[in-house]
Design a protein around this ligand. Structure first.
Ligand code: SF4
Ligand code: SF4
Length: 121
């Protein structure tokens, strides 16, 4: 399958995960968020408005998916939003659903002499 190495700012031209999953979180995380940005889901969970529907799109997502996007409340975004990492399984699932090429996860090489390192005490 065609795939590509992500750049650090890949999210700014993507936004797929903000328009694919139901973005839910413990209700108290929503307290600092604008009131109309969240919806109650259960007695203890809320979700981002716009994400609990067939074709989800978070109310806070600005811009055009796959071109240029931003989160309208980036500093206040939920732990669920922070969990998705560029090139992880959820990211790639969302990207492919939006007809975008998935990313290859690049693992940092282990230092070869790791075992020989000692902390200076
Ligand atoms: S799907 Fe991946 S690349 Fe796209 S915005 Fe989400 S984390 Fe970033
Ligand atoms: S709050 Fe921001 S990061 Fe989270 S789903 Fe919505 S647009 Fe994406």
């Amino acid at each position: 399958m065609l795939s590509q190495v992500p750049t650090q700012d890949a999210c700014l031209s993507c936004g797929a995960c903000c328009a694919y999953f139901r973005v839910s979180f413990y209700w108290a995380e929503g307290i600092p968020m604008p009131e109309n940005y969240t919806e109650p889901l259960t007695s203890v969970y809320s979700c981002m408005a716009g994400t609990n529907q067939k074709n989800p799109r978070c109310i806070a997502l600005q811009g055009t998916i796959g071109e240029q996007v931003s989160c309208g409340m980036y500093e206040l975004r939920s732990s669920s939003c922070k969990e998705v990492q560029i090139a992880d399984a959820q990211c790639n699932k969302a990207r492919m659903a939006h007809n975008m090429v998935p990313f290859i996860q690049i693992e940092a090489d282990e230092a070869e002499n790791d075992d020989n390192f000692e902390r200076v005490s």
